[in-house]
Design a protein around this ligand. Structure first.
Ligand code: AP5
Ligand code: MG
Length: 218
């Protein structure tokens, strides 16, 4: 059975997006990244996009109300029926409680919460070296994952790549501080449900995937 419903937690640059993209293929489930959804809203210039742009560029969290509403609507879309990976949500205790009640209302049960743990000192390099295919969203890194053919996306062949507005060394420190503050509340919350597993994210990408799959398949 491939049906999986999980939360991927982890620090900025920890590898949530990288792993979610692999897992969505492996298990035929969808990646629900609040960061990606918010960035799409900014690019599209929607009301929410205009509201959150400056907050995101500064590396601060947007309101619980916005992201809870966004996820609640997204979970009703048919492609979530077979399972999903929540990437970057929930991030606060209020969001975890909001998720809990919306899942109960929708009759959905979570299988797993995985925290990808990486020491802070490794994350600055990961974040400042990151770039993404502007067409399909495939993620790359200046050192750890270059396209096989230079300037051509491995997945779609597109030649244009983008870098995120919040991906610079100055915002990483405050994004990390926020993460640790919120995680100190979220981790005990999910520990108490018995769903939480910590995975070592300080190893190569394939080894991290293997560990996460072991958790999901157990
Ligand atoms: P979001 O988009 O969620 O950003 P984040 O949490 O800061 O995490 P990142 O996307 O930076 O890192 P990642 O873990 O996905 O790492 P990746 O796989 O890319 O949120 C952005 C903003 O949106 C927030 O700051 C906030 O403003 C807002 N927001 C979003 N959700 C919110 C919420 N729920 N509530 C409130 N506000 C919210 O990997 C990073 C790089 O490292 C890549 O280049 C990759 O190739 C490389 N890499 C990955 N794994 C490895 C490995 N094992 N070894 C070497 N390199 C690796
Ligand atoms: Mg991400």
């Amino acid at each position: 059975m491939t049906e999986k419903r999980l939360i991927l937690m982890g620090p900025p640059g920890g590898g949530k997006g990288t792993q979610a993209k692999v897992l969505q293929e492996a298990y035929s489930i969808v990646q629900l990244s609040t960061g990606d959804m918010l960035r799409a809203a900014v690019v599209a210039g929607t009301g929410v996009g205009k509201q959150v742009k400056a907050i995101m560029d500064a590396g601060n969290l947007v309101s619980d109300e916005i992201v809870i509403g966004m996820i609640s609507e997204r979970l009703d879309v048919e492609d979530c029926v077979n399972g999903f990976i929540l990437d970057g949500f929930p991030r606060t205790l209020a969001q975890a409680e909001g998720l809990d009640s919306m899942l109960k209302e929708k009759g959905i049960v979570l299988d797993s919460v995985v925290e990808i743990r990486v020491p802070d000192q490794n994350l600055v390099d990961r974040i400042t070296g990151r770039f993404t295919c502007s067409k399909c969203g495939e993620g790359y890194h200046d050192t750890f994952k270059l396209p096989i053919i230079a300037d051509s996306c491995d997945s779609c062949g597109n030649a244009e790549f983008t870098r995120r507005a919040d991906d610079h060394a100055e915002t990483v420190k405050s994004r990390l501080e926020t993460y640790h503050k919120q995680a100190s509340q979220l981790l005990p919350f999910y520990e108490s449900t018995g769903l939480l597993t910590v995975v070592d994210g300080d190893q190569d990408m394939v080894a991290v995937t293997t560990e996460i799959k072991r958790v999901l398949d157990s």
